[in-house]
Write a protein that binds this ligand. Structure first.
Ligand code: SF4
Length: 441
């Protein structure tokens, strides 16, 4: 029996994949241990979406080598896909038991990690030649209230700032039967909410036989397990079809919440990002979402400081967002990724300017969020109680439309669905009370 530790960086897709390693090791009788315990194997699932994520991934590799002189170190994820040779040449890796496993070889990770060899193993298939999604079955996510189900991998869009198509390859979809089977397993394991994830979920089904797409798979999931809440993690604006909104409207277990990348509120920047819509089209799509789904929560991704974003273009983004009706923003500073077209664009923006723009947009996000939350004071909403309490000891949870709520209650309510009355606004959440006799386990 071996003791294994898994470190995960980056997105929900990486978290899903790490959970599958966890399940794989446990099913073979090995132990997953926390960071202060001695280990035989350390797995580092890296990210490279920003320059900072790449630096953090390298630091984690160095730290793991230093702190675990006798352990085998397994490096996987987007950074290992992108920089396998660079990693393999690191001085610290020489004469150590190390495996570097690219994204398309992750299905071989558990068996490779358990092999007793002392030399470097390199599994690195060129990602653009990969046609199949790796099948990574999972039983549970440790300590998480909701499960992530990765139904798709890769991207064909090649936005000019993004490294993802180079680290995850072209779009591939998980077969319908495998998606449904994985959701059934999560339901059997007691999960009440499943978040449907992928790198570009709107491409779902394009590479499968038949007429599957994101709306048909969501409909099948919602109907197969009506007691499970489904949430979509993120979807590109042009892929929000009338059919998808209809499926959301007709299935009350498809949560009224969409997270939509906009990236810039200036058409000139959108064009240079290779985003295929204008701000006008984006506003129309949001109108359609709000008119079909009452009370829908809409989150938006924004990149601040893209090359050539002048003060005037940034003001256009700010004004566009100020007028738009949405719930919250996820704001990221643009990060220059070598190998992408935008890395070579002129007029790169200085860090202090990017930081100021990010801060300004985050303040706008707080204002929008607060006014959206306050709209629901006095009403009641369905809520899933999280497995952990907040730092003042109260229970917490998210409503169907993604409002964080804190409230008093017993531990037995954790991981249950109930109705909560929303009463007062706190700094980053609403305070509520449980409506008696509404909870189901
Ligand atoms: S849609 Fe654009 S930003 Fe999103 S993963 Fe694909 S290339 Fe990257």
């Amino acid at each position: 029996m071996k003791r294994i530790r898994i470190h995960t960086f980056g997105c929900k897709v990486n978290q899903f994949e790490s959970a599958s390693f966890h399940s794989g090791f446990e099913s073979l009788g090995h132990d997953i241990v926390s960071s202060d315990m001695e280990t035989d194997v350390v797995v580092i699932n890296t990210c490279s979406v920003t320059a900072k994520a790449g630096v953090q991934s390298r630091q984690a590799v160095r730290k793991a080598l230093r702190n675990n002189p006798h352990a085998k170190i397994v490096i996987t994820g987007c950074y290992s896909q992108m920089a396998a040779e660079e990693l393999a040449a690191m001085d610290e890796l020489q004469n150590r038991a190390v495996a570097i496993i690219g994204n398309s070889d992750k299905h071989l990770l558990v068996e490779t990690a358990l092999q007793d060899n002392s030399e470097l193993t390199l599994l690195h298939t060129p990602i653009d030649s990969v046609k199949e999604i790796s099948h990574l079955p999972i039983r549970h996510f440790s300590n998480r209230t909701r499960a992530y189900l990765r139904i798709q991998d890769g991207c064909n869009a090649f936005c000019t700032y993004c490294i993802v198509p180079f680290t995850r390859g072209r779009s591939r979809s998980l077969a319908v039967a495998d998606v449904l089977q994985q959701a059934k397993i999560f339901a059997e394991e007691g999960y009440k909410e499943i978040v449907i994830t992928g790198i570009h979920v709107g491409y779902y089904g394009a590479d499968l036989d038949g007429n599957e797409d994101i709306s048909t798979i969501m409909e099948k999931l919602c109907r197969m397990t009506p007691s499970i809440r489904y949430r979509l993690s993120s979807i590109e604006p042009l892929e929000i079809s009338g059919k998808l909104l209809e499926v959301m409207a007709q299935n009350n277990n498809f949560m009224p919440h969409l997270h939509i990348p906009l990236q810039s509120g200036a058409d000139d920047i959108l064009l240079r990002m290779n985003r295929r819509y204008t701000t006008g089209r984006f506003a129309e799509i949001l109108d359609a979402c709000r008119s079909k789904i009452e009370d829908i929560a809409i989150g938006i991704d924004i990149l601040a400081g893209f090359p050539g974003e002048t003060e005037d273009l940034f003001s256009q983004t700010y004004s566009f967002l100020k007028e738009l009706d949405f719930t919250y923003l996820h704001v990221f500073p643009y990060s220059r990724r070598p190998g992408t077209p935008a890395a070579d664009f002129s007029n790169q923006i200085a860090k202090d300017i990017k930081d100021a723009r990010v801060a300004k947009l985050r303040r706008l996000s707080d204002d929008k969020k607060n006014s959206y939350y306050r709209r629901f004071l006095g009403s009641s909403r369905p809520l899933l109680v999280e497995n952990s309490r907040d730092n003042t000891g109260r229970l917490k949870g998210f409503t169907d439309n993604y409002i964080p709520v804190v409230f008093e209650g017993e531990d037995i309510l954790k991981n249950s669905l109930l109705q909560v009355k929303l009463e007062t606004a706190e700094h980053t959440a609403l305070h509520g009370t449980i409506i008696p006799d509404t909870y189901e386990r």
